[in-house]
Design a protein around this ligand. Structure first.
Ligand code: NAD
Ligand code: TYD
Length: 354
């Protein structure tokens, strides 16, 4: 079996759903259920003996030691993290606690467990750490895309905390020989994405008749990847990646934020037109920029394609259409995640305009 951390969150939930759709290998899912964790996303697995949920913290050594001893996983996929840049600006401490200290404790538990395995199990074991392209910092308009050899230059408390965790993972390979793999992926979008992030926030606000808050001039560039393509990349790296190596994962799909927002508006105009006949783009509102906002991210995904044969299955056009459709068809999920805590965040971040 495999242990997956943070699998009640956006990417982890998609990963577990896809994993169990393709294999009968059981999953133990360790998640703290922060505001971002939502078991509703895994409701289709209710009663499925292949999914075992454990409520807990990756930094809880006693709990993780017990889970490892009891379930004897052949691999761990570490998604658990605080993941929202804007929240890291308002309150970095949780990011240091989970992303840095939590990953450290998890690595310590895993190292102790792995050291006790027999030689065959030891050689086959993998610790896959899911990271982000944001650790590489920001690019100028004409710079080449990030390769695995770019220096780390994180600019937000979020990316700095992820960079620190990546360094710890690397050190556990070089120092102790732990068979680790690291993936650095670009911005994901798709089903079960918490509506504090750009794409789901725009869909949800548009349908609610609220402003669509675009930071600064809206010309910041991100490289968007459909979440299920990220999940297939992680499965492929787990299966065939070289221990100690890092793999950049991206969609070859750079777009400025305002273009993303306009695309979402155009799809909603088509699939769920406004009652007054006007376009959703009328709701776009330019707001104050994020402090230290990285201008451009772009991933060069040549290595994972060349060495492991992975490439994305979706184009942005197909992926964003599926995503907008999913939000229209799953408004109960959206309502369920819009808890009191979520509303407080929207008020703090966007004030009355949100
Ligand atoms: P998310 O915020 O949606 O989910 C994070 C999950 O981790 C939640 O279920 C939360 O409850 C859980 N969690 C938080 N702290 C925990 C702790 N201490 N112990 C156990 N569980 C804890 O995040 P996501 O977007 O699904 O991202 C998952 C991973 O992928 C993160 O490591 C993130 O840095 C990375 N990543 C995300 C993106 C993206 O575009 N979303 C891109 C590249 C990499
Ligand atoms: P986000 O989804 O927060 O991901 P990240 O900051 O990790 O890339 O934001 C994606 C881009 O969209 C980023 O450039 C910030 C911008 N953005 C807005 O313009 N308005 C918003 O309300 C949000 C949440 C993000």
């Amino acid at each position: 079996m495999i242990l997956v951390t943070g699998a009640a969150g956006f990417i982890g939930a998609n990963f577990v759903l896809d994993w169990l759709a393709q294999s009968d290998e059981p999953v133990v899912n360790l998640d703290k259920l922060t505001y971002a964790g939502n078991l509703q996303s895994l409701a289709s697995l209710q009663g499925d003996p292949r999914h075992h949920f454990v409520h807990g913290d990756i930094g809880d050594r006693a709990l993780v030691d017990r889970l490892l001893a009891e379930h004897q996983p052949r691999a761990i996929v570490n998604f658990a993290a605080e993941s929202h840049v804007d929240r890291s600006i308002h309150g970095p401490e949780d990011f240091i606690q989970t992303n840095v200290v939590g990953t450290f404790h998890l690595l310590e538990s895993v190292r102790a467990y792995w050291s006790g395995l027999d030689e065959t199990a030891k050689a086959a074991f993998r610790f896959l750490h899911v990271s982000t392209d944001e650790v590489y910092g920001t690019l100028g308009a004409t710079d080449p895309a990030f390769t695995e050899n770019n220096p780390y230059e994180p600019n937000s408390p979020y990316s700095a905390s992820k960079a620190a965790s990546d360094h710890l993972v690397r050190a556990y390979h070089h120092t102790y020989g732990l068979p680790v793999l690291t993936t650095n992926c670009s911005n994901n979008y798709g089903p079960f994405h918490f509506p504090e992030k750009l794409i789901p926030l725009m869909i949800v606000n548009a349908l609610a008749g609220k402003p669509l808050p675009v930071y600064g001039d809206g010309m910041q560039i991100r490289d968007w990847l459909f979440v299920k393509d990220h999940c297939s990349a992680i499965r492929r790296v787990l299966e065939a990646g070289q221990p100690g190596e890092t793999y950049n994962v991206g969609g070859w799909n750079e777009k400025p934020n305002i273009e993303i927002v306009r695309t979402v508006c155009a799809l909603l105009d088509e699939m769920s037109p406004r009652a007054d006949g006007k376009g959703y783009a009328e709701q776009v509102t330019y707001v104050k920029d994020r402090p230290g906002h990285d201008r451009r991210y772009a991933i060069d995904a040549t290595k994972i394609h060349r060495e492991l044969g992975w490439k994305p299955a979706e184009t942005f056009e197909t992926g964003i259409r599926k995503t907008v459709r999913w939000y229209l068809d799953n408004q109960a999920w959206v309502q369920q995640v819009q808890s009191g805590e979520y509303r407080q965040w929207i008020d703090r971040q966007y004030g009355a305009k949100g």
